[in-house]
Design a protein around this ligand. Structure first.
Ligand code: ADP
Ligand code: MG
Length: 630
């Protein structure tokens, strides 16, 4: 019989398993039981949608048997089974995308390899951590033949015709010999296997049965016992989400999360809901502590596992989660979903929509709770998934704002801490009209903006925005709590008193010729040169008019296909209380227009530099400075 080679990626994975020094080799059993349970789910689901298949739920089981002399453990199921092609495809190529990409990145260090095994469900090949030879005999449902897949490791596998009366699969593992350092014999002890099933697979919804020794009263006797061997169901079969909240330990919730959703960190939040409204359902949801490696990529698929009366209908039901909460992992189980519907029809299902609505509200409530009561965790959450919330508000054109705006956090100027809109407005001192923000690259740079100084000097806080989406988001929000949201670089900031305003107006009138000349000499680089009311100790700054800000222009121009963007209307603002302005007026009075032109240029370029914009002609700028040094 010809040997087939494993596909390259599978080989790498297999290599990892065979040579594993991972201490939790015992997880192989959990993996095989989970595959058996999946296979049963598939067949049971099929039977619900196909009247010709007559199988009762109670017919399904997973069997474990141990043969000490032959050194084998066999995990059997009466699930959907595999055809010859499926054996080849499913067991010859294992594209565990997540774990594999990860292991490629971290190929070289042994400790990293161990991490990988702990982090991801490693699947079928984990059998090779404890077995030197694995045989799979499988009979696909509806077929009349069975096939055998066999491999003793890296040099490949073979598939041949075999016998198996009923549909389903047997996974037969020939257990490695124990060595000085490694004890494999323990896996041939039924008590050890029983405790592993209890530990890792208790919630599996089909009976996991194994022959166990029991001591029983001898028949006809009152005090004489004998040892009998009886098939025994090892698991409680009650899924975690069906249990009473009070009876489940956090530890168990976390273990289930890590095993099922392949994370190695505990979740930030566990949400266990037993809803009894119009549609009854149980939900066990988790908020992960970190974004998955592909979370911010197109490949990421949102969704919750969907069960109906204990049968898994879908692994990732996307319709249960709104995009804004696409990071949530978990399970939903409802007796109220009609079972005889196809997955396509499920999308239109009214009950499903009702569940989705219920979950959305619940998740929001729990997040708000976290924000108010578990601040540290919430900020962790925000760092991992805040961007998603912001995009959700932005990309829904604000339709989702009512639902999500309370969850937003931004860095505030006063102490560089994260702060919600509500916290900001609650802390606003009397006389502050607006919510202020500044957008730029980093908090450090924003802190240096000349126009921030005056706002801070009034005792008003500023949100420092550093994500690309932030300023667009603020434009969409526009106000919060009845307070308008304003950029410190655009328009009136409401900082002046009436008399200050008058005074400035007069000054602007009397210096009109100077300002006009400066504008003229700067040509269309700026749309106006004005006297500023947002500057304290700095001589100049750039502000903008209209919708498009400097940061927005930066963000948009980095996107492909945005060549004909409307430009920002820049305004050069001069600080009338600064000595430089006095100097300008003196030069103007003396009639030295060339010098005014030179100064205008230099001031403009300086303002650009402060704003973090590269100047159009650095060489000329440097020449101009040199001229001043004469
Ligand atoms: P996963 O379970 O994450 O898909 P595994 O490596 O555990 O990955 O299994 C690979 C594939 O082999 C499964 O997706 C399934 O198609 C098939 N398979 C494994 N065990 C069984 C089984 N007992 N019955 C039917 N198919 C199985
Ligand atoms: Mg699996």
């Amino acid at each position: 019989m010809a040997k087939k080679q494993f596909k390259t990626e599978s080989k790498r994975m297999l290599d990892l398993m065979i040579n594993s020094i991972y201490t939790n080799k015992e997880i192989f059993l959990r993996e095989l039981i989970s595959n058996a349970s999946d296979a049963i789910d598939k067949l049971y689901f099929k039977s619900l949608t196909d009247d010709k298949i007559k199988i009762k739920k109670s017919d399904f089981k997973i069997n474990i048997s141990i043969d000490k002399d032959a050194r084998t453990i066999t995990v059997s199921d009466n699930g959907i089974g595999m055809t010859e092609e499926e054996l080849d495809k499913n067991l010859g190529t294992i594209a565990k995308s997540g774990s594999l990409e990860f292991s490629q990145e971290n190929e070289n260090t042994e400790s990293k390899k161990i991490d990988i095994i702990g982090q991801f469900g490693v699947g079928f090949y984990s059998a090779f951590m404890v077995a030197d030879k694995v045989t799979v005999i499988s009979h696909a449902y509806g077929s009349d033949s069975a096939f055998k897949w066999q491999s003793d490791g890296l040099d490949g596998y073979s598939i041949s015709a075999s016998e198996r009366k009923e549909y389903g699969s047997d996974i037969i593992m020939h257990i490695k010999e124990s060595t000085e350092n490694e004890n494999y014999d323990e896996f041939l002890e039924s008590y050890r296997i029983q405790s592993l099933v209890k530990q890792y697979s208790d919630y599996i919804r089909f009976p996991i049965v194994m022959d166990m020794e029991k001591s029983k009263l001898k028949e006809g006797s009152e005090d004489e016992y004998e040892t009998v061997i009886e098939p025994t169901t090892l698991n409680s079969m009650i899924p975690l989400w069906k249990k009473n909240k009070r009876s489940v330990k956090t530890e168990d919730y976390n273990k289930f999360y890590k095993d099922t959703f392949h994370d190695y960190e505990d979740p930030l939040k566990i949400i266990h809901q037993n809803a009894e409204g119009l549609v009854a359902y149980q939900a066990l949801l988790y908020i992960p502590a970190k974004a998955e490696y592909n979370y911010y990529s197109k490949n990421y698929e949102k969704g919750l596992q969907l069960y109906s009366s204990g049968v898994k209908i879908m692994d990732k039901c996307a319709d249960l989660l709104p995009d804004c909460f696409n990071f949530v992992k978990g399970v939903v189980d409802s007796e109220d979903l009609s079972l005889n519907i196809s997955r396509e029809m499920l999308q239109q299902d009214r009950q499903l929509k009702a569940i989705a609505n219920g979950l959305e509200k619940k998740i929001k409530k729990e997040l708000l709770d976290m924000l108010n009561k578990e601040r540290e965790n919430y900020e962790k959450f925000w760092k991992a998934f805040g961007l998603q919330i912001k995009y959700a508000i932005y990309s829904s054109y604000g339709m989702q704002r009512d639902m999500l705006e309370d969850l937003l956090l931004f860095t505030r100027a006063s102490d560089s801490k994260l702060c919600s809109l509500k916290e900001y407005t609650n802390a606003m001192p009397e006389g502050q009209k607006y919510i202020y923000y500044a957008a730029g690259e980093t908090v450090e740079k924003l802190n240096l903006l000349p126009q921030a100084e005056m706002v801070k000097n009034h005792g008003f806080d500023i949100f420092y925005l550093t994500d690309d989406v932030d300023e667009f988001l603020m434009t969409i929000l526009h106000e919060f709590d009845g307070k308008e949201i304003r950029s410190i670089s655009n328009g009136d900031l409401g900082l002046e008193t009436e008399s200050e305003r008058e005074e400035k107006k007069e000054k602007e009138e009397s210096n009109k010729d100077l300002l006009d000349f400066m504008k003229e000499s700067l040509q269309d680089k700026v749309s106006e040169v004005i006297l500023s009311s947002r500057l304290l100790s700095h001589p100049v700054c750039i502000s903008t008019k209209g919708m498009m800000s400097i940061e927005m222009e930066k963000v948009l121009s980095q996107m492909p296909g945005n060549d004909n963007l409307p430009k920002t209307e820049k305004v050069l603002e001069l600080n009338p209380s600064h000595e430089i302005f006095d100097k300008l007026t003196k030069i103007w009075e003396a009639g030295d227009k060339d010098k005014i032109k030179l100064y205008s240029d230099i001031l403009y370029n300086q303002a650009l530099l402060i704003e973090g914009i590269s100047i159009p002609d650095p060489l000329e700028f440097s020449n101009e400075i040199c001229k001043l040094m004469d």
